[in-house]
Write a protein that binds this ligand. Structure first.
Ligand SMILES: [Zn+2]
Length: 281
């Protein structure tokens, strides 16, 4: 089991006999989320005691990713987007009875990057009027990147953060935050225009938020967790309200990426908003 605390939550669901029909798994890293989604799917189909038992036929098939009632959404195109057609296909499939288990499970992985709003809306009706014996599992880095209407109809399980950060994303994020406080806007523009890949941009902006939070924590007298040196440099240039505003701007940019706004446009917007915040301090 990826996370013992969550295992307890699942046991509580079962004890109350209230199996959720849609679960969002957020937090942790992508591998842990995928692992927990597997565990959750096995738990949903398991026929043994102390689910997932790992020994019944359902568990064994689930572990081998060969269970006929557990379906991994496939995604299309270069970026593996779950398009509206696929979601609609899955909804139709969900109304057909399970093959071998009590329940059918559909897994949508890494949805902050792969499940655009149009597909989330397609899924919404099913979440509003759930089909019996079906469990939808959505994994994402941050459930806030999902539409509020979708989020409110799912049970959100938050994995503990492993604290691991992608080195490349950290490097890009450092360039961005140090660009914000640089004497002129060139370093910031350069850092933002280097984000030419959508996935890399999502990761870099996620770490940017963490670096800014680190700075804010240090500003308020706490200990930064990711990068003390960068936090220190930010603290000498930014006020508390500037930190809060910069975090907000970065999160807005994350939403824009998720809504498929072009990266060049977002870069230009970010550069303007970041620098404006610095002048206003
Ligand atoms: Zn089992």
């Amino acid at each position: 089991m990826a996370n013992e605390k969550l295992k307890k939550t699942l046991a509580e669901f079962e004890a109350d006999n209230r199996l959720p029909h849609a679960v969002i798994i957020e937090g942790g890293d992508a591998d842990t989320r995928a692992e927990f989604a597997d565990d959750l799917a096995a738990w949903a189909v398991c026929t043994g005691e102390n689910k997932p038992c790992g020994e019944c036929k359902n568990c064994i098939n689930a572990a081998a990713h060969s269970h006929s009632d557990i379906y991994f959404a496939k995604g299309a195109g270069k970026t593996d987007i779950y398009n509206k057609d696929e979601v609609e296909h899955i909804i139709r499939d969900a109304s057909i009875k399970p093959n071998q288990a009590q329940r059918k499970v559909y897994i949508f992985a890494e949805c902050d990057k792969r499940l655009p709003p149009i597909s989330q809306n397609a899924l919404l009706k099913t979440l509003e009027e759930p089909v019996q014996d079906v469990l939808f599992i959505i994994t994402c880095e941050n459930s806030k990147s999902m539409l509020e209407t979708v989020r409110s109809r799912c049970v959100t399980l938050t994995l503990e953060d492993t604290g691991e950060v992608d080195e490349k994303a950290l490097e890009s994020a450092r360039k961005i935050v140090l660009g914000i406080i640089a004497p002129n806007e060139m370093p910031l523009m350069k850092a933002l225009y280097e984000l030419t890949d959508r996935f890399a941009a999502i990761d870099a902006l996620g770490v940017t938020v963490r670096l800014l939070r680190d700075g804010l924590v240090l500003y308020c007298g706490g200990a930064p967790e990711l990068d003390a040196e960068t936090a220190d440099r930010l603290c000498s240039s930014l006020s508390k309200s500037a930190f809060l505003r910069l975090i907000e701007i970065t999160q807005d940019a994350q939403t824009k990426i998720n809504n498929n706004v072009g990266l060049k446009l977002i870069g230009a917007w970010l550069c303007g908003e970041y620098r404006r915040t610095l002048w206003q301090r």
